[in-house]
Design a protein around this ligand. Structure first.
Ligand SMILES: Cc1cc2nc3c(=O)[nH]c(=O)nc-3n(C[C@H](O)[C@H](O)[C@H](O)COP(=O)(O)OP(=O)(O)OC[C@H]3O[C@@H](n4cnc5c(N)ncnc54)[C@H](O)[C@@H]3O)c2cc1C
Length: 386
């Protein structure tokens, strides 16, 4: 048991009890229809788990990322999917860190109670994924409003959110001293925007992730909804990425446990050639290796979360935790599928679904190559490739 597992035993127990009410059949049905697990998200909200990072003065629990990791890890270990709601936990961090007192008072209590959903975050565009500085969605100033036009892609949960945190260009890239200048962060009221030029188009993907494309056609957003200073949005986004990466790493640790638990149980139960398949080292070693790799990754996640909660710079640790955890969960997924033979492909075992779900985390919110590039250049001092 890691230190984090011991420390948050009560939270873990509470989450386990809640998730038990949402068994595999619930998730299979949602997956089949590509529908949003609204009941599950409501139950998490009612129990207060999505407000765990919001300070007590605004109605949250005022706990740290380590506690939030415990919540997400347990959700995933049980075979559920926190991706439907995890952004409600951390997207508000931009308001907390960079919002005015008025913006905090206007939004945070509602986000804490769940009356206000803020779980959509719009950065990626068709022509700008990894290289965020290439975004072209433009916000032009018109009196006390910005007028936003452009397109975003892969914006998850936009149909299930009241507020969208939008990164857009307030100054074209070519007019800026540095490519990362000239971007601003706007809080977009989605109901209002949909009535005034925003259209949202769902994208069907290999997993049930409620992701969408957004089309802004001269959408007016009050200047009062800009977070922090104009032109500093990229820096603000970077500030929030560490929490996101650590929390998603915790989901991967939960996924890894799910696969290893299932693989070990099946290897003990399934008999082929008159004996348990788990007696064969060809079956047991990959499961043992998955456990070893996952345990190491979990330590890195604990370390990154502890550093984040202590207010220390943890960009490298958050990146390394996300990379190790997403690779460990993917290895565990592959071995779990292999252990189950043909049955691993049957929907009713939930393995093929979780297999698809955990694969995402080597690509989003940041892909493995970009983490390796960060470590190579920022930690090891190797030359920049871009
Ligand atoms: C299901 C899903 C949900 C998502 N949700 C959101 C969301 O809510 N909000 C949001 O803003 N975005 C979201 N994303 C977008 C996600 O963050 C991007 O897909 C990701 O950042 C990669 O960008 P890209 O897809 O444009 O890949 P690209 O930038 O086109 O890169 C393609 C591949 O090339 C590699 N590559 C690129 N440059 C280099 C280099 N210099 N060296 C080595 N390799 C390189 C990348 O690592 C990647 O593997 C989501 C994506 C998915 C699939």
């Amino acid at each position: 048991m890691t230190q984090a597992e011991q420390t948050y035993a009560d939270i873990r127990e509470g989450v386990r009890r809640l998730v038990a009410g949402f068994p595999g059949e619930y998730w299979r049905e949602k997956d089949r229809d590509r529908s949003y697990p609204a009941e599950f998200v409501q139950a998490l909200t009612d129990a207060g788990y999505l407000a765990i990072l919001i300070p007590e003065e605004f109605g949250g629990s005022g706990l740290g990322v380590s506690a939030a990791c415990a919540v997400l890890e347990e959700i995933h270990r049980a075979g559920a999917n926190g991706g439907a709601a995890h952004a409600q936990m951390y997207t508000m961090g931009a308001i907390l860190r960079h919002g005015s007192d008025e913006q905090k008072a206007r939004t945070l209590p509602g986000i804490a109670s769940g009356a206000l959903r803020m779980q959509a975050f719009g950065v990626t565009e068709p022509g700008a994924g990894t290289d965020t500085t290439r975004i072209t969605t433009r916000a032009r100033r018109d009196g006390d409003h910005y007028v936003v036009s452009g397109q975003k892609i892969w914006i998850s949960r936009a149909e299930h959110s009241d507020l969208l945190l939008l990164l857009c260009r307030t100054t074209p890239r070519e007019e800026c001293a540095r490519p990362s200048d000239g971007m601003s962060l706007l809080l977009v009221d989605l109901a209002d925007a949909k009535a005034n030029g925003l259209s949202i188009q769902p994208i069907r993907t290999m997993l049930n992730h409620a992701t969408t494309a957004l089309f802004f056609d001269d959408v007016r957003v009050p200047v009062a909804n800009r977070l922090g200073e104009e032109g500093k949005g990229f820096k603000y986004v970077l500030d929030g990425m560490n929490a996101e990466r650590i929390l998603i790493a915790a989901e991967c640790i939960g996924d890894g446990h799910f696969f290893i638990d299932r693989a070990a149980a099946y290897a003990k139960e399934r008999e082929v050639f008159g004996r348990q398949i788990g007696a064969n080292q060809g079956i047991q070693f990959p499961i043992a290796r998955a456990h070893v790799q996952l345990s190491a990754a979990a330590l890195m996640v604990d370390k990154a979360a502890a550093m984040f909660d202590a207010g220390l710079p943890c960009g490298t640790e958050a990146n390394m935790a996300k990379m190790l955890a997403s690779e460990a969960s993917w290895y565990a997924a592959d071995q779990c599928l292999q252990t189950h033979g043909g049955f691993g492909f049957a929907e009713e075992y939930d393995i093929e679904r979780k297999f698809r779900e955990t694969r995402l985390y080597q690509v989003a919110p940041i892909s493995t190559n970009l983490i390796l590039s960060h470590v190579a250049t920022h930690v090891l001092g190797l030359p920049q490739s871009f």
